[in-house]
Design a protein around this ligand. Structure first.
Ligand code: TYD
Ligand code: MG
Length: 449
């Protein structure tokens, strides 16, 4: 007979301890331990092996066949581009995002676009009538869409095997549970157990499975990192609550390029694809007012034009403020310091506010030059030319550095009707009619403007 009957497990990372601890030694989370009954070894084994009839013998790599045609198009061009061409049969995906961002809407939209696809939508969060309401809002009849209401994993797997859908959507993984475990749905053990079983059904039975997951306040997809390791593809749906655009970002992709983005706009009747996102984030005031400068950033392989807005005003308090939204605040302070030191522009005693128009978040260093120009423009109260684009990373000596994929950025600028691009000298000649104004240092640029 087993001696011990219970132990304590961290709900955050799954660390097991024989006694209760205030802080987890593994993930440093506080108050995360809860008591768990230790069941006999035999019963405690998880039920991952969902099929014993399937072949599991080793096979030669050369004998495995695969063709690109096995990709299943979602008929949503933006979704397909993020996946690298469509869904791979039998792949296991995770879609994360803040509550209310539009994850469930996006899933129903896939159903609407694909009347020929058999879809099994497991609704753990909403009732069938709520889904019906939402579906009618986006114009989805749903003759090929099965709504599952059962969130117990082994029953769910049985249903999936009977239905054999082309795509199974779990909305969300936090609502699933296994009756063999004592913990509540959403706890680490439940998430781990349920997702291992779903992984098996995806891999062994070839049912493409997409799990929707919540994002914790730290930005991780809840059910700490384990899910991200287990799946083939991690997608993140993000956007600003105050704006209508949504970015679908690929964080991990075993079957295609990662870092691709798709752009959608939330409308009254669902999400609409934005095929030309460059126009989305620009205002039409650059060139008329001071403090604005336009750049071209890369999101994956896609160029997007972005507008940097700066406001420099005399400070009323001792320590001047530096506030940035959509841009790294420390990078802003660094660029201000470079401007002060290398061009002599006086920023001490000035408050600086920086904003990226349209709620876009920028991490591409190519935007540095536009930030510098927006700061200069606001400080001097002189607008920059509304037909110019500023592309380049700014170094500590005030030098303007090259950024990758210059050709794509410039052709996007040309497509959008811009006349000139300020940048460092590119390695190769860039075809097109756009005028390239190359400078080595920011001091030269500031002097000419
Ligand atoms: P939802 O898909 O429920 O988000 P999630 O599953 O990520 O929690 O999206 C809900 C939000 O989307 C809600 O604020 C209303 C809005 N919405 C629209 O603006 N138009 C629509 O057609 C739909 C269906 C939702
Ligand atoms: Mg939802």
């Amino acid at each position: 007979m087993a001696k011990k009957t219970s132990n304590f497990v961290c709900e955050n990372c799954g660390h097991i301890s024989p006694k209760w601890l205030g802080s987890c030694p593994s993930c440093s989370e506080w108050n995360s331990f809860s008591e768990r009954e230790v069941v006999k070894e035999k019963q405690n084994r998880h039920k991952t092996d969902i099929s014993d009839t399937l072949q599991a013998d080793p096979v030669l790599l050369s004998e495995i066949t695969f063709s690109e045609s096995e990709r299943l198009s979602t008929q949503l061009r933006e979704f397909d581009r993020v996946l690298g061409g469509g869904l791979i049969k039998g792949s296991f995906l995770l879609l994360g995002g803040d509550p209310g961002i539009g994850k469930s809407t996006l899933m129903l939209q896939i159903a609407r676009q694909n009347p020929g696809m058999k879809l099994f939508y497991v609704a753990g969060e909403e009732s069938a009538t709520q889904i019906k309401q939402r579906a009618s809002r986006i114009g989805l009849e749903g003759e090929h869409l099965y709504i599952g209401q059962n969130t117990e994993i082994s029953a769910l797997i049985r249903q999936a095997r009977t239905l054999k859908p082309d795509l199974m959507v779990i909305d969300s993984i936090q609502t699933l549970f296994s009756k063999d475990l004592n913990s509540l749905p959403g706890s680490i053990q439940q998430i781990r157990e349920c997702s291992v079983m779903l992984q098996q059904i995806a891999k062994k039975e070839g049912i493409t499975t997409l799990m929707v997951g919540h994002v914790t306040k730290e930005g991780d997809i809840a059910g700490p990192r384990i899910l991200e390791h287990m799946v083939d593809t991690v997608l993140q749906f993000e956007g600003d609550k105050n704006h209508y655009y949504r970015l679908l970002r690929c964080i991990k992709n075993r079957f295609g390029p990662a870092q691709e983005v798709g752009v959608f706009e939330m409308k009254a009747n669902g999400l609409e694809q934005v095929l030309n996102p460059s126009a989305l984030f620009l205002t039409d005031v650059t060139g008329e007012v001071s403090g604005n400068a336009i750049t071209c950033i890369m999101e994956g392989s896609r160029p997007i034009l972005a507008e940097v807005q700066a406001l420099v005003t005399p400070s009323n308090f001792g320590t001047p403020q530096r506030t940035a939204s959509g841009f790294d605040q420390r990078r802003l302070s660094l660029l201000i310091a470079v401007l002060e030191k290398r061009t002599g522009l006086p920023f001490s005693g000035q408050d600086v506010y920086l904003n990226i128009a349209g709620g876009l978040k920028i991490s591409d260093p190519a935007a540095d030059l536009a930030v510098v120009m927006a700061l200069w423009s606001s400080l001097r109260d002189k607008p920059v030319n509304g037909n110019s684009l500023y592309i380049g990373e700014v170094g500590l000596s005030g030098e303007i550095r090259k950024v990758p994929l210059m050709e794509r950025r410039i052709s996007e600028a040309e497509k959008m009707g811009f006349k000139e691009v300020y940048s460092p000298k590119p390695d190769t000649a860039i075809p097109g009619k756009i005028e390239l104004k190359t400078n080595r240092f920011i001091r030269d640029l500031v002097k000419y403007q």
